[in-house]
Design a protein around this ligand. Structure first.
Ligand code: MIC
Ligand code: SF4
Length: 649
C-alpha cells in the first residue's frame, strides 16, 4: 500500500501497538536530546532507573537555556549534567556551543530516524526528515534507556507548498500562514507532512523554521521529505553518508490536504499574546517599535542572520530601537565572523548576544514597560519576555531587520536594496570540539563521580492512586493556559533542579496566592484540583508544570481540553487529566468550591468516566478521561517513576 513519509518512519520504528490513527503506538527512538532546563530532572530520573549506560543510538545533552550564571545554580547544573553525561555515555554539548535544535540539525540529524527531546521544539528535526517529537524529561529518560516512546497514532495532513517565496517573504511567513489557518488549539494527534513543488527551493534551515513552529499548532510533529536539498545540506556539513532519500509514495493518502501558494504570501506577524494571532505587516505598517530581537531556535541560521546582516550593511539602526542578535550556534557565529558580517552588524549598532536561548525564554533583554518588541522567536505568550505589559510580535528576520532600520513595522519589500536570497553554503565551518564524550558515547565511563551541588534536589516521589478525591478547586483558569503560566521560566529558570523551591513559583503570575493556598489545603488533607478551559498546558514540554503541582498536592486537572505533551506529563506525575463531559459544566463551578469524586480509582481502572459532586454548589457534573492500559498502570502507581520502580512497567 502506498505510504506517506510519516507512515514509513512510524512503521519502521513500531515496537507494538497500532498504526491506525487514534490508537496507542509504541516506537523505537534512535536519538534523544535534552537541554539543561529540563535535562537535570531527566538525568536524575534516568539515574533512579538504575541502568548502567544509555541504550539509544545517540543521546546528546545540550546546555543552552540557563547560561546566564547569576548565582551558583546554573553552573552547578552544568557540572552535574557534564558528569552524568560522561558516566552514562551521553554526548555533552558545552555551554557556548549553541541552541540544541540548531545544533542537532547541523551535526546529528538523520533522515528517516526518530528523535525524542525534552523540549517542545524538538520537531525542528523534521526539517531534515527526522520524526522528531517533544516530550517530558521522564519519557526521554526512558527512551535513553532503550525503552519505547508511546504516542497516539497520528492523523496526517499534507501541507502542499506551491509557488515560490518572493524576496522579503520567508519561511517564517509560511508557518505564520499555517498558524492562521489552524490556530493553536484543536490540532492534538496530528502530524503535518510538507510536500509539493515549492519545497525544493526551501533549504533545510528554512524547512526547520517551519517544523519548529509546528509546536505552536499543538501537532505531534511536522516533517519534510529527504531530497536533494537535504543531501546538499548534509554534504555541506560533511555528513553526506547520513543521507537517504525519503519521499512519500505515489498515491499516498492523507486525512487532510492544505494547499498554500507561496508566491501569494506576504510578510506577517503573530500579534500579542499568541502565536496564532496572525496579522499582515501591511495592516501594522507604521506602528512604532521599541525592541527588535533576532535569533532563537526558529530563525538563527546562517541564512537568516546573513540576510539580516546584508540588510543592515552600511546602515545604522533607528535611534529609538534597541536591536540584538542571538545566533543559533557557534558554527553560525564563526561563519558570520569569517565573512565580516558580524562587523556589519556591530557597525550598524546591533548588540551581539550569546548563541543561546537567552531572550526567547525571558532570561534577559526584557523590554520596557508597555514596549513593542519584535522577535523572530516562536512564542509571544503574555509575560514570557519578562515584562508583563510588553507587546511581543513574532516576525521573520526580514521584517525584523526592516523594523530595526525604520523604527516601525515595515514591509521589507518596500525597502531599497533588499538583498538577493542567501543560498546555503557549499561547506559549513565544522568544529565539533565543544561536543564532549563523543568517543565514549553509548558506553560511558563507570566510576565517574557525579557532581551534585546544592541546587540539585531529589525527584519528588509519587504516591499510589487514592480511592476517592476529597478536594478543593485551588485555581480556576480560562482557555489557552500555557505551561509558562503554570511554571514561569525567565528569572525562575535557575530553580529547575530544585523542586521544593521551584514549586513556590507555580502560577505566581496568575494567582500570587496559589502556592500558599495549595500548601494550606494539602496540609489540611484536602486534595488540590485545577480547573481549566480549552487547550490547557499549551507550549513548553517542561514536566515541572506537572511535577511541581504534584509536589503541592494536586491530584486532578479538570479541563475542556488538554494539550498532548502536558497531558502525558500529568499522567507521568500521577495527576488525573479529566475532561468535562459537557463543557458547560465549567461555568457552574467557582474557585474554592469543594469537589468530591467518590469513585476515582474505580473510574481510572475502568472506562474513565466519573461523577463529580460539587459540595459547595450542591450540584454534580460528569467528567471523563481516555486512558490506555499503560497510562492506567502509571496513574494507579502514582506516576511513571513509581511504576518503573515497582517493576510493573
Ligand atoms: C520553551 O521554549 O518554552 C522551552 C524553554 O524551550 C521549553 C522547555 C523548558 O521549559 O525548559 C520547551 O519548549 O519545551
Ligand atoms: Fe530555546 Fe526559545 Fe527554542 Fe525554547 S523556543 S529551545 S527557549 S530558543
Amino acid at each position: 500500500m502506498a505510504q506517506n513519509i510519516v507512515e514509513k518512519i512510524l512503521a519502521a520504528h513500531r515496537v507494538s501497538g497500532d498504526l491506525t490513527p487514534g490508537k496507542e503506538l509504541a516506537i523505537r527512538i534512535d536519538q534523544t536530546l535534552t537541554q539543561d532546563a529540563t535535562g537535570t530532572m531527566a538525568y536524575l530520573q534516568f539515574e533512579s532507573m538504575g541502568l548502567d549506560r544509555v541504550k539509544a543510538d545517540l543521546a546528546v545533552s545540550y546546555v543552552d537555556h540557563n547560561t546566564i550564571q547569576v548565582g551558583f545554580e546554573n553552573a552547578d547544573d552544568h557540572a552535574y549534567l557534564k558528569s552524568v553525561a560522561k558516566r552514562y555515555g551521553v554526548v555533552f554539548s558545552r555551554p557556548g556551543n549553541g541552541i540544541c535544535h540548531q545544533l542537532n540539525l547541523e551535526r546529528f540529524g538523520k533522515p528517516g530516524a526518530t528523535l525524542l527531546g525534552s523540549d517542545s521544539h524538538t520537531p525542528t528535526g523534521g526539517g531534515i526528515c527526522m520524526l522528531s517529537i517533544g516530550a517530558g524529561g521522564i519519557d526521554v529518560a526512558v527512551a535513553m534507556g532503550g525503552g519505547p516512546f508511546y504516542l497516539t497514532s497520528p492523523k496526517v495532513t499534507l501541507v502542499k507548498l506551491n509557488g515560490t517565496l518572493n524576496a522579503g517573504v520567508s519561511a517564517k511567513d509560511v508557518i505564520l500562514k499555517v498558524l492562521s489557518v489552524y490556530g493553536t488549539n484543536g490540532n492534538v494527534g496530528r502530524v503535518l507532512e510538507y510536500g509539493g513543488p515549492g519545497i525544493a527551493a526551501l533549504g533545510v534551515p528554512a524547512r526547520a523554521t517551519i517544523t519548529n513552529m509546528g509546536a505552536e499548532l499543538g501537532v505531534t510533529t511536522s516533517v519534510f521529505p529527504s531530497d536533494q536539498t537535504t543531501r546538499s545540506f548534509l554534504k555541506a556539513q560533511d555528513r553526506e553518508a547520513d543521507w537517504t532519500e525519503l519521499i512519500s509514495d505515489e498515491g499516498a493518502e492523507y486525512e487532510q490536504v492544505l494547499e498554500i501558494n507561496m508566491s501569494e504570501l506576504e510578510p506577517m506577524a503573530a500579534c500579542p499574546h499568541s502565536p496564532g494571532n496572525i496579522a499582515t505587516i501591511a495592516s501594522l505598517a507604521g506602528k512604532k517599535v521599541d525592541q527588535v530581537l533576532i535569533g532563537s531556535c526558529t530563525n538563527s541560521s546562517y541564512r537568516d542572520l546573513k540576510t539580516v546582516a546584508l540588510m543592515l550593511k552600511g546602515k545604522k539602526i533607528h535611534s529609538d530601537v534597541e536591536v540584538s542578535i542571538a545566533p543559533g550556534s557557534r558554527q553560525v557565529v564563526e561563519m558570520l565572523g569569517q565573512e565580516g558580517l558580524l562587523t556589519d552588524l556591530v557597525s550598524a549598532g546591533v548588540r551581539i548576544l550569546e548563541n543561546a536561548c537567552g531572550f526567547c525564554i525571558g532570561n534577559h533583554m526584557s523590554p520596557g514597560t508597555d514596549a513593542v518588541s519584535l522577535r523572530t522567536s516562536n512564542r509571544n505568550f503574555e509575560g514570557r519576555s519578562g515584562t508583563m505589559s510588553a507587546q511581543a510580535y513574532l516576525v521573520s528576520p526580514e521584517t525584523a531587520a526592516a523594523a530595526a532600520l525604520t523604527g516601525v513595522f515595515a514591509d521589507a519589500r518596500t525597502l531599497d536594496n533588499l538583498p538577493a536570497e542567501v543560498n546555503e553554503p557549499e561547506h559549513f565551518a565544522i568544529d565539533d570540539s565543544m561536543f564532549l564524550f563523543k568517543d565514549t558515547a553509548g558506553k560511558g565511563i563507570p566510576g565517574t563521580e557525579i557532581v551534585r551541588g546544592p541546587n540539585i534536589s531529589d525527584v519528588p516521589a509519587g504516591t499510589p492512586m487514592l480511592q476517592k478525591i476529597d478536594g478543593v478547586i485551588v485555581i480556576k483558569v480560562g482557555d489557552k493556559i500555557t505551561t509558562d503560566h503554570i511554571m514561569p521560566a525567565g528569572a525562575r529558570l535557575k530553580f529547575r533542579s530544585n523542586i521544593p523551591r521551584y514549586s513556590e513559583c507555580v502560577f505566581e503570575n496568575v494567582d500570587p496566592d496559589f502556592y500558599t493556598n495549595a500548601v494550606t489545603n494539602r496540609d489540611k488533607g484536602l486534595h488540590n484540583i485545577i480547573v481549566a478551559g480549552l487547550s490547557y498546558g499549551q507550549g513548553s514540554s517542561r514536566e515541572h508544570a506537572a511535577m511541581c503541582p504534584m509536589y503541592l498536592g494536586v491530584k486532578a486537572v479538570i479541563a475542556k481540553s488538554i494539550e498532548r505533551i502536558h497531558c502525558a506529563n500529568l499522567i507521568n506525575f500521577g495527576i488525573v487529566p479529566f475532561i468535562f463531559d459537557d463543557p458547560k459544566s465549567y461555568d457552574t463551578i467557582e474557585q474554592s468550591d469543594k469537589l468530591v469524586i467518590e469513585e476515582l480509582k474505580i473510574s481510572v481502572e475502568g472506562d474513565g468516566k466519573a461523577t463529580v459532586c460539587n459540595v459547595t454548589q450542591g450540584t454534580t457534573f460528569a467528567v471523563k478521561t481516555d486512558l490506555s492500559d499503560r497510562q492506567k498502570t502509571i496513574l494507579l502507581n502514582g506516576g511513571l517513576l513509581a511504576a518503573v520502580g515497582a517493576g510493573v512497567l
